[in-house]
Ligand binder design. Structure first.
Ligand SMILES: [Zn+2]
Length: 268
């Protein structure tokens, strides 16, 4: 093979031919060719290698798919891969953010000449940053749930979700408060009020409140929501029964445990 011919083959070999998609069930999302059936990456961008992968592993099952049915299957599998890759991108962005925050914390510690083990300093700083972010929210909602730790102590867990003037959505774990031995509606209300004070949350901006369906939360006379609404709740406050708790109850009754398992695994 002459030098010119060799170069021609190399150049041709580096271009993805769109016909390969329907012939061999492959796509080229960014760099590299991916088999949409088994999601393997085919390292060499040449028809010979792509064809070899398809014929040796998939042709027995996939040669029977013809014409429009074949194209529909390809489209369906490509969409699934793209969705998966989108998820990976968002995870990557999240982990980059965590790394950046880590560096920021180190910078703050160095500025204040504090050791990395200074938990109180770090905790104060995180609270302050969170407070600042929440102050920018024109409207926010709270999700409240009770749980117990390894020592069987009741904990109150509060999440906040708000929106700023620029439509920036803030969604954060607000705090976890230890409850005394009692967890009545009034006790929960007292704890939530304390947290609202701590983070200087403006009650008039509170738009939604979500809890589970436990009696201490929603009982008409002594439940947390009643006590809370009486204490500070703006009249237009929307009170919700958490949808995941409802889902959980439904799956228990209907026997769809497998579905719930997958949903929880996906969410976590
Ligand atoms: Zn494959």
């Amino acid at each position: 093979m002459s030098a010119t011919e060799k170069r021609k083959v190399d150049v041709e070999g580096k271009v993805f031919n769109k016909d390969w998609s329907s012939k061999y069930f492959v796509v080229e999302p960014n760099k590299g060719v991916i088999c949409v059936i088994c999601q393997a990456t085919i390292a060499v961008l040449k028809e010979y290698n792509i064809k070899r992968h398809y014929t040796s592993i998939h042709s027995a099952s996939y040669d029977t798919l013809l014409a429009q049915y074949r194209l529909d299957k390809l489209e369906q599998m490509t969409a699934a891969i793209k969705k998966q890759q989108g998820m990976f991108t968002s995870y990557k962005k999240e982990s980059e953010l965590v790394t950046k925050l880590g560096f920021k914390v180190c910078e703050l510690l160095a500025e204040k000449e504090k050791p990395l083990s200074d938990g109180e300093f770090l905790s104060d700083n995180i609270d302050e940053t969170l407070k600042e972010r929440i102050q920018r929210c024109t409207s926010y909602s709270l999700a409240i749930d009770k749980s117990t730790d390894v020592n069987d102590t009741a904990k109150l867990v509060v999440f906040i979700r708000g929106i700023t003037d620029n439509f920036e959505i803030i969604e954060e774990f607000l705090d976890m408060a230890s409850m005394s031995s009692r967890t009545t509606g009034q006790d929960i209300c007292d704890q939530v009020m304390k947290l609202m004070d701590k983070f200087e949350l403006d009650p008039s901006r509170l738009a939604g409140l979500t809890t589970d369906g436990a009696p201490s939360m929603i009982k008409k006379i002594n439940g947390f929501t009643k006590k809370f609404l009486d204490a500070i709740g703006p009249p237009e406050l929307v009170v919700n029964h958490c949808i995941i708790h409802q889902d959980n109850l439904c799956t228990k009754i209907l026997g769809f445990t497998d579905v719930m398992k997958s949903v929880v695994k996906f969410v976590n």
